[in-house]
Design a protein around this ligand. Structure first.
Ligand SMILES: [Fe+2]
Length: 466
């Protein structure tokens, strides 16, 4: 993964940042471009590759001379890394890259890594266009074409996920998020048993469109640093339904795309939004989307977020919330794909935490149990119990518990938790607050790690699902 360079995006996704753009020419990386895209476009070389101040260009191929693999190989052999096209040809170059995407995916002269980059960048360009002008009717054929390219790439090469993952930008742009979700959903759906090409095409389209409703949300709310107000949260929660309503206006939308757009923020325990549906009410593809959507949201670099999670930290949280919120089989396959990317050397960070604790050591039981939580303060050698707050514990294992509270507690604080069983106080646990996140309607969700291992057998805690 890499944080995108805005200059690269502006120059068509295949170039590099350069003064050449100001001189009216766009640099195109010779190793990362489909030859078909140069059709009837003049190709230039920089007159003096070594003199940075000299921005003069000479014609290498006129529009009626086809730029071939032979040209490319000769230039690369002479140490040339970039050719240039006139700025005026940029739109045509992009269009031809998109039109010939399927040929690119089948081109034996390109590596899987280069193909993945071309497919990824072309998808980002298209989704960027879609977000600035969300007229789906004029773009449906183009979306289908891009989706077919992603599907073909995944069906043709078992390592496609790793290379698509490596090609992905990890920034705060909605377009890159939608492309990340789409290009990760297809291999994940394939791993989950979706092998039919048409199904996979629709799954890709669902990923490319799932957040289109965000065009109706002001950027200052989407990018706000700090806590959202209740009104702002209400607005955010409307984007799945707004996206759906927007897409329903067009004829050629597959029903699966609408379902995933509507359901991608729902959770298995009914804690999601907008409709709080549960379990099997969620479409299996929505469950796939929910995992990769959350993963990308957690690991994306955002200037308005205090910190960006690593792959291992994000996985750790997703696993903690499985099977409560996420589908266990989907999460298992997702971890497997990330581990395969790690084995293939395209992932620059470990999938597992250093202590190997992403995976829960002990089974966790969903509960719905009133409890009181007291923060403990050290006073000399003694721990003093501060006044307690009423909370609701929603899961428990030998190693920890999760509860929701109407008051924020700080990670690192020690909490004594009095869990109520049937009719009487039946259990006391103490532990360290590992995380505290805004939940919903002013509630906070807290993860507690017990200071000592506890046995839960023999208690009368209600272990029925909440
Ligand atoms: Fe979303």
């Amino acid at each position: 993964m890499k944080v995108s360079n805005k200059d690269v995006v502006l120059s068509g996704g295949f170039g590099t940042s350069s003064n050449s753009a100001r001189a009216g020419y766009l640099p195109i990386c010779l190793e990362r471009v489909p030859l078909e895209a140069f059709k009837e476009i003049s190709v230039y070389l920089r007159a003096d590759e070594k003199t940075k101040d000299t921005e003069t260009f000479r014609l290498y191929c006129s529009p009626n001379v086809r730029f071939t693999q032979g040209h490319r190989e000769r230039l690369i052999a002479h140490g040339v890394k970039f050719v240039y096209i006139a700025m005026a040809d940029q739109a045509r170059f992009r269009q031809q890259t998109e039109d010939t995407l399927l040929l690119t995916v089948d081109d034996p002269s390109l590596s899987i890594s280069v193909k993945s980059e071309i497919v990824y960048e072309t998808s980002v360009e298209l989704v960027n266009e879609l977000l600035s002008e969300p007229d789906f009717a004029s773009k449906s054929t183009r979306l289908e074409k891009v989706s077919r390219a992603v599907t073909t790439l995944v069906l043709n090469d078992p390592s496609a996920f790793s290379h698509l993952f490596a090609a992905s930008h990890h920034d705060f742009y909605t377009a890159t998020h939608m492309v990340n979700v789409a290009t990760w959903m297809v291999p994940l759906a394939y791993a989950m048993g979706y092998h039919n090409t048409e199904d996979l095409n629709h799954i890709c389209e669902a990923g490319l469109l799932h957040d289109v409703g965000k065009v109706y949300i002001p950027a200052e709310v989407l990018n706000k640093k700090g806590k959202l107000t209740n009104e702002e949260w209400d607005l955010i929660r409307q984007h799945p339904e707004m996206g759906c309503k927007h897409l329903e206006k067009f004829d050629r939308i597959d029903p699966l795309v609408l379902t995933v757009t509507r359901q991608h923020h729902e959770r298995i325990d009914g804690s999601g939004y907008p409709h709080k549906i549960k379990g099997e009410q969620m479409h299996p593809v929505s469950k796939i989307c929910a995992v990769v959507d959350s993963f990308d949201a957690m690991t994306a670099f955002r200037p308005f977020k205090d910190r960006t999670m690593t792959v291992a930290q994000a996985l750790s949280i997703i696993m903690e919330e499985t099977p409560t919120k996420y589908d266990e089989a989907v999460v298992e396959k997702w971890v497997g794909l990330l581990q395969s990317a790690e084995r293939e050397g395209v992932l620059s960070e470990p999938v597992m935490l250093a202590d190997g604790k992403n995976h829960r050591e002990f089974p966790r039981f969903p509960i719905n149990c009133p409890a009181r939580a007291h923060i403990l303060q050290k006073d000399g050698d003694e721990w003093i119990e501060r006044p307690g707050i009423q909370v609701i514990a929603h899961n428990i294992s030998r190693s920890g518990a999760g509860f929701v509270a109407q008051q924020q507690v700080q990670p690192g604080e020690t909490v004594r938790l009095y869990l109520q069983g049937h009719g009487s106080l039946s259990r006391v646990d103490e532990g360290l607050v590992m995380r505290c996140r805004a939940y919903k309607d002013g509630w906070f969700e807290v993860g507690l790690k017990f200071a000592a291992m506890k046995e839960i057998e023999g208690t009368d805690i209600d272990t029925k699902a909440a």
